[in-house]
Design a protein around this ligand. Structure first.
Ligand code: ADP
Ligand code: MG
Length: 246
C-alpha cells in the first residue's frame, strides 16, 4: 500500500531524511517511534506531499512520485495521493467557523462535489462511528480536545481513504482524554485500515501495531515486531530511547 525507496528530504543544508526504504502492506498497522527531531513528521508529510521530497521515490496505493519528476506531474500525483490518504495531526486543525458536521462533510462537498443531503448522511454515519452524532451542530471550540480529535478522524475518513496517517494524535490531549481517541484508532485498525502512526503511546504500539519502525537521525534504525522491539531492541539508540521512557 505504501512504499518508499531512498526517500530523502533536505531543508537547505539540513538533511532530515537520509534515504528511507519503507514498505507498508494493505491493512498493516505500523508505528513509527523515535526521538524528537528524528524525522518522523517529515516522513509522514512526504508521503502525502505536504513536503516535497528531495530525492528517491514513493508510491501510495499504486500512485507513484519520483522526486525528480516534472513539478506539474508531481503535483498531480500528490493530489491523487492526498485524495486516497487521511491525515490526522497533533493539533486537530478543525475549521473553527464550521460545525462538527460541517467539518466532516467539507471534502465531500468540495472535492467529491456530492449534494449536501448525501454528504450529510455520510457525515452522520462517520460521526456515529466516532461516537459524536449528538454534537453535529456544535462548533469545535465547544468540544473537548478528545472530541475534537475524534471529529478530525471522522473528517479524514470522509473521502474513504485507503491509508490513514497519524502524527502524534494524542500528544496535545489531557491524559484522561487520550483513551477515547486511541479507542477510535483501535477500531479502525480492527476494521482493516492501513495505518502509519507516530505516537508515544507505547501500550498502543505493543497492542495494535504489526510492526514498529524506530527512526533516529533521518534513517530507519530498526524494524521489528512490537514484542521483539520492546523486549530486545537491537540498537544502542533504541535501547537508550526506551530507557528514557521508563
Ligand atoms: P520529528 O517529527 O521526528 O520530531 P521532524 O520531522 O518534525 O521530526 O523534524 C526533523 C528535523 O527537520 C528537525 O531538525 C526539524 O527542525 C527539521 N524541520 C522540519 N520541518 C522543517 C522545515 N519546514 N524547515 C526547516 N527545518 C525543518
Ligand atoms: Mg513530529
Amino acid at each position: 500500500m505504501i512504499q518508499t525507496s531512498g526517500l530523502s528530504k533536505s531543508f537547505h543544508d539540513l538533511h532530515v531524511l537520509k534515504g528511507i526504504d519503507l514498505r507498508i502492506a494493505a491493512q498493516e498497522i505500523v508505528v513509527l517511534l523515535g526521538p524528537s527531531g528524528s524525522g518522523k513528521s517529515t516522513l509522514l508529510r512526504c508521503l502525502n506531499g505536504l513536503e516535497d521530497p528531495s530525492g528517491g521515490s514513493l508510491e501510495v496505493n499504486g500512485i507513484r512520485v519520483d522526486a525528480d519528476m516534472p513539478a506539474s506531474k508531481k503535483r498531480a500525483s500528490f493530489r491523487d495521493i492526498r485524495r486516497d490518504t487521511g491525515m490526522v495531526f497533533q493539533q486537530f486543525n478543525l475549521y473553527p467557523h464550521k460545525t462538527v458536521l460541517g467539518n466532516v462533510i467539507e471534502s465531500l462537498l468540495i472535492v467529491k462535489k456530492l449534494p449536501r443531503t448525501e454528504a450529510e448522511s455520510i457525515g452522520m454515519r462517520l460521526l456515529e462511528r466516532v461516537g459524536l452524532a449528538d454534537k453535529r451542530d456544535q462548533y469545535p471550540s465547544r468540544l473537548s480536545g478528545g472530541q475534537q480529535q475524534r471529529v478530525a478522524i471522522a473528517r479524514a475518513l470522509a473521502t474513504e481513504p485507503s491509508v490513514m496517517l497519524f502524527d502524534e494524535p494524542t500528544s496535545a490531549l489531557d491524559p484522561e482524554l487520550v483513551g477515547e481517541v486511541l479507542a477510535v484508532m483501535r477500531e479502525l485498525a480492527g476494521e482493516g485500515m492501513t495505518m502509519a502512526v507516530v505516537t508515544h503511546e507505547m501500550k498502543f504500539a505493543r497492542q495494535v501495531a504489526n510492526r514498529v519502525l524506530f527512526m533516529d537521525g533521518g534513517i530507519i534504525v530498526e524494524e521489528q515486531a512490537p514484542e521483539a522491539f520492546f523486549q530486545h531492541p537491537q540498537s544502542e539508540r533504541a535501547r537508550k530511547f526506551l530507557n528514557q521512557l521508563n
